[in-house]
Design a binder for this molecule. Sequence first.
Ligand SMILES: C[S@@+](CC[C@H](N)C(=O)[O-])C[C@H]1O[C@@H](n2cnc3c(N)ncnc32)[C@H](O)[C@@H]1O
Length: 374
Amino acid sequence: MKYEIESLSSDGKGIVKINEKVHFAENTCPGDIIEPITIENKNSFGLIKEYTLIEKSSKRVTPPCKYFAECGGCSWQHIGYESQLEAKSDIIKSALTRIGKISGSENLEIEVVPSPKELNYRNRTVLHTNFSEGVASVGFYKQSSNQIIDIDKCMLLEEAMEKAPSLVKEKIISEAQEGKQDYAVFLDFKGNVKSNIHDKDTDFSFSQVNTQVNELLQKEIEELVKESATNPKILDLYCGNGNLSINLAPYSEKILGYDLSNKAISRANNLANKLGYSNASYKNADISKIIKHTKPLKNFDIMILDPPRDGAKSCYNALAKLHIPTLIYVSCKPATLARDIKEFQAEGYKLKFAKGFDMFPQTPHVETVVVLQR
Ligand SMILES: C[S@@+](CC[C@H](N)C(=O)[O-])C[C@H]1O[C@@H](n2cnc3c(N)ncnc32)[C@H](O)[C@@H]1O
C-alpha cells in the first residue's frame, strides 16, 4: 500500500496515518509517497523502519552538504526552507493544543520568523573526536548511533568557522591525543575560531547559537515588554548572561535575574556595570530551590522565563502561583513549553501571543515565544 507523508514530527520524522494510527518515517518530506516495507508496531504509534520512496515531494530540495546522507548533525536539509518554517509552525501549534490544551490555540496562525541565514548560522558547536592507531575522525554522530561521521567542514557553522572540524583534526593529530574526546568550537569576541576540550561542568555558560536570530528575538521581547507595562519591574529567570533582559534596563524600574551558572551571572553583572545599568542585577541560584521562598519573587510586573529544553521542570507550578501579571516564556522545546504553561492557564493566565523564531534552520528545533497574562 502507498501512503503520503502528511506532516513532520517535533523530532523531525515524517508522519503518516495508516488505519487511523500515526506512523513515523525518518528522512521523509511532506508530500512524499512511500510504500512501507517494515513496520515496528508500538502501542499508540508505528515506526516505519524501511520503505520505498515511490514519489518524491515537490517540497524536497537537494541537500547542500555532501555529508548530509550520513551525518546526524542536522536532519532537514532535504526539505525546502519554506516547508521547514510551515512544519515548525505546525509543531508549535500542535504542542499548544494537544499537550497544553491552551484555550484559543486551535485558531492561532503561528508565524515562524525565518533565520536571515539558512546555512552558516551557528556560532558554536561541540564536535566528537576519536584518534586511534594513527587515524583521526572528527564530526557528529551518525543518526541514531554513536559512530562519528568524519567531516572536514560543517555548513551550519558560521563561514569563519566552517572548517573547524579540519582544524580540530590537525590539533588532535599534532598533539597525538589518543582516544575519544569532545571539542567545543566557537568564535571569540574578535571573531577568531577557538576550540578546547569540552568540559560540560566547567565550560558551561549558555549563549544563543544563532546571533542574527537572537537579535530578532531580543527586539521582539523589547516590543512585548513595552506593550505590556510602563517602567516595569522584571524578573528574568534562567537569565544566563542577561541576554534577554539587559536591553530592557533603560525603560524598566528594576531587573532581577537568576541563573545556575556562575560564569553567566558574572558576565551579566559585568555588562550591566559597563553599560551603567544600576537597576539591573543578576544572581547565582538554582531556581527550583529559591522558588521555595517566594516572597522576594512576588513583587514584579513581568516574568521572563527561558529554561533549558526540559522546561521549568520541578518548579513550573510554583512559578505559576507567583501570579506575576505578565509571563514572557521563551522556549526551545514546544512540548515542555506547553506542559508548563498549562499550569499557568490553571492559575488564570490567558494566552495573548505566540511566535516562533527559527534559531536552528535545517533541524526540527524551533525557539518559541509566548505571552500569557492574568
Ligand atoms: C536556554 S538558556 C537561557 C539563557 C538566557 N536567557 C539567554 O537567552 O542566553 C537556559 C539557562 O538556564 C540555566 N539553568 C538551568 N537550570 C537551572 C536552574 N535549575 N536554576 C537556574 N538556572 C538554571 C542555564 O545555566 C542556562 O543559562
